[in-house]
Write a protein that binds this ligand. Structure first.
Ligand SMILES: O=C(CO)[C@@H](O)[C@H](O)COP(=O)(O)O
Ligand SMILES: [Co+2]
Length: 226
């Protein structure tokens, strides 16, 4: 189904494993087996205060699940460590614009490794910062919270930022996946999707529910109705 401006209606859903119960991780992975992607938050204790998931964990998840992996690198200087993640089964590897030194080289390396390349923007970074890079990347991750923690409320103005990102892509004639991450719930999935988001990351909205398949289904439905 297409929207009035020619976009595909609806969105894919990527449960964020940050919100999963580590003590029952295998069972948690099984509970989200029908997701479109699994979102893996890599945190280095510098770019963001917490430390979470490394390349070893990405490999373990890839071995335990058939769902493609979407790796979100919240690390200082991804130029120094991206190779470890390119050497995993991840389908998407996304670095932060604010942390990268040679963003174009990161995109090239990611493509050479046969993966989709994403660039993430903090809430305070405008989409216009990506004017050059947009023609090379496959995905733009619009952070809808300040990175570092799950379970936060969505930053005001996020819908508008997604719409501006989407407009800029149209202006440049490119169509990367637009991913939103942070505070995504059924009550905002529709407006985010209508603004142009096509991949919704949801941590607490999925793992905070007993029935994860229903949570994923309801997010997809909300995105479609938006
Ligand atoms: O990258 C991050 C946080 O830095 C996210 O991926 C969170 O893990 C999303 O969790 P919810 O806000 O959906 O609970
Ligand atoms: Co994330």
């Amino acid at each position: 189904m297409e929207t009035a401006d020619g976009r595909q209606a609806g969105a894919m859903v990527a449960p964020s494993l940050l919100a999963a119960d580590r003590m029952h991780f295998g069972r948690e992975l099984e509970s989200v087996a029908d997701a479109d992607y699994l979102h893996v938050d890599v945190m280095d204790g510098h770019f963001v205060p917490p430390i979470a998931f490394g390349a070893i964990d990405v490999r373990s998840v890839a071995a335990a699940s058939q769902v493609p992996l979407d790796v979100h690198l919240m690390v200082d200087n991804p130029d120094e460590c991206i190779d470890q993640y390119l050497d995993t089964e991840a389908r998407i590897v996304t670095f932060h614009w604010e942390a990268a030194t040679h963003a174009h080289r990161l995109v090239e390396k990611t493509h050479q490794a046969g993966k989709l390349s994403g660039v993430a923007l903090n809430p305070a970074t405008p989409p216009e910062a990506l004017r050059e890079l947009l023609r090379w990347v496959d995905l733009v991750l619009v952070m809808t919270v300040d990175p570092g923690y799950g379970g936060q409320g969505i930053v005001e103005g996020s819908r508008d930022k997604v719409a501006r990102t989407s407009r800029l892509c149209r202006e440049l004639g490119v169509s990367p996946i637009i991913e939103v991450d942070g505070g995504v719930k059924t009550d905002n999935a529709g407006t985010l999707a209508a603004a142009g988001a096509s991949l919704l990351v949801a941590g607490s909205a999925v793992f905070g529910r007993e029935d994860r398949a229903a949570a994923i289904h309801e997010l997809r439905l909300a995105a479609q109705e938006g």
